[in-house]
Design a protein around this ligand. Sequence first.
Ligand code: 6GU
Length: 249
Amino acid sequence: MRIDILCLFPDMFTSPFEQSIIKRAKESNLLNIVTHNIRDYTHDSHHTVDDYPYGGGPGMILKPEPIFELAETIQHGVDTDNMPIVLLTPQGKLLTQKIIRDLALQPHLILICGHYEGIDERVHEHLATDEISIGDYVLSGGELAAMVMVDAITRLIPGVLGSEESAKDDSHSNGLNGLLEYPQYTRPATYRSWSVPPILLSGNHEKIAQWRKRQSILRTATRRPEMLQQVILSCEEKSWISERSLNQN
Ligand code: 6GU
């Protein structure tokens, strides 16, 4: 997979992309990330990337020309038919694991990071195919959001994760049917008088699977009740939730 990132601060990506899973994916040629500085595609002596908003108001707006020119340079000689051009903006659609799964199927993506107060609307209208926000809060720029997307996409590229299993049971993946992940423990069995739930030491795999399912359901009901609307539960599983609300534990 190739990912081109258009931004004003390409140096922000250096260390995050040289660690851990992303580093490994790059080293095994499963991932090629190319960062570009929008400023390099300006033509005036001051390398101006932004300007005052028409109609007045506070802040500066990123100019369209260098962004279009840079994107068109990347697209030159490439089959761009279904290539997603994702604009990272707080006005975008909320990022979900479903969006990540769809993007991970693409051979080539372009990510555009906004900055300052905004981007000229013609980039939204005539260049971007998708607009994504990573959450309901405001970042100073799209670079951190682009890192979030690259990380989430990279771990879904086939061959990147050591064991094909490890992505399957994560919260928000398909493996747990839209439930949050259950609690996990490792040794020691007792730490500072806090003991691991005895069922996990029992060796009874059926009971353990049932305990984990119950924990996932109760956790989702408590922390993310809206997620449960997407999940089909048995009568018994529904009773776990109502019992728990009665006992308040
Ligand atoms: Cl994608 N960009 C900015 N600037 N702020 C954000 C965001 C993106 N997603 C959430 N907040």
